[in-house]
Design a protein around this ligand. Structure first.
Ligand SMILES: *Cc1c(COP(=O)(O)O)cnc(C)c1O
Length: 318
């Protein structure tokens, strides 16, 4: 598979521009105080579907040929990839099927269905759902859209960081949550093309270490997922396309536990007055875990998504 490069990100930007408003990078004095740094929040939680992934979904689905569009697409997802593909498919008149696994977040499931996609719940983890999705794909001739092993998705989500560097030219560090790594690898491409001195710091969930272990050991490593509040970060099989970019360019990969994610969701509510899901709070949780490295720096936290279930929100407020 061809690795995407910076010029692909710029091309993706032209493709998605008619469909998505630029998201703001905003300052909040209480966050500056909390981190003793100049802090910006990049509000990807304000995109339609409430998560950054729609940047990639629109880019990829818009490029499909007519025959593929007619047959339809399939996505295996804990929710936000499914929403992205459902939203983009709705936009371009494509039939979409989404396989969800584990106990699907009801907010995400309902949203996917609202865009006209067909949802099937199957498997206890992403790996089992992937195998089921491959059967369905073979049977119906769908285009199976991987959550992260897709150059068009990585190029599409990289547009987030292009906006960040344009809006915050003095940025020193960008904190990005990592599930499968599409978002962080897109950030790496944009930084490489625009301001290579910027540090890209990934933040993963301790209970889902597959991507972290793969990055650290420079070798594909699967790992069981323990139940985590951050379903958006819970992959048990790593994605090797983004990993190849992360191996080259990611500056660090921090791991946070569920308690740190819950605290960060709460900080977003109290100090930013914005709703993020636990995965969407990972960037803040990561920055809070390395106070000495962020002090005095200009940092951007990618608030990657908003789609928290009421049950998880309650847990964050307890
Ligand atoms: C998918 C997702 C992530 C993780 O992104 P990857 O590209 O899989 O690393 C983080 N936050 C939210 C809200 C997501 O939906």
């Amino acid at each position: 598979m061809q690795l995407p490069i910076f010029t692909d990100v710029l091309a993706a930007r032209d493709v998605i521009r008619p469909y998505l408003l630029r998201t703001p990078s905003l300052r909040y004095p209480l966050l500056d105080k909390l981190l003793d740094a100049k802090v910006y929040v990049k509000h990807e939680n304000h995109l339609p579907t409430g998560a950054f992934k729609v940047r990639g979904g629109i880019h990829l689905v818009s490029q499909l040929d007519d025959e593929t569009k007619r047959r339809g697409v399939l996505a295996v997802s804990s929710g936000n990839h499914g929403q992205s593909i459902a939203y983009a498919s709705h936009l371009f008149g494509v039939k979409a099927t989404v396989v969800m696994f584990g106990i699907p977040n009801p907010i995400k499931r309902e949203a996917i269905e609202s865009w006209g996609a067909h949802v099937i719940a199957h498997g206890k983890n992403s790996g089992e759902a992937r195998i089921f999705g491959e059967h369905l794909t073979a049977e119906h001739g769908y285009r199976n859209i991987s959550a992260c092993d897709e150059p068009e998705l990585i190029a599409g989500v990289g547009t987030c960081t292009v906006e960040v560097i344009e809006d915050v030219p003095d940025v020193d560090m960008i904190f990005v949550p990592i599930g499968g790594g599409s978002s962080a690898s897109g950030a790496c491409l944009a930084v490489e093309g625009m301001k290579p001195s910027v540090e890209v710091i990934g933040v993963g969930a301790k209970r889902a270490p597959a991507s972290y272990l793969t990055w650290k050991h420079l070798a594909r490593t699967e790992a069981e997922v323990e139940p985590t509040i951050a379903e958006g970060l819970a992959v048990n099989e790593p994605f090797m396309l983004p990993q190849q970019i992360l191996w080259e360019r990611l500056n660090d990969f921090l791991m946070v536990d569920d308690q740190q994610l819950q605290n960060a969701v709460r900080h977003f509510l109290e100090k930013v007055r914005t709703l993020v899901e636990p995965a969407g709070a990972a960037a803040l949780a990561g920055a809070l875990s390395i106070p000495d490295r962020v002090r005095g720096k200009t940092i951007v936290l990618i608030a990657s998504g908003a789609n928290i279930s009421p049950e998880h929100l309650k847990r964050c407020l307890e």
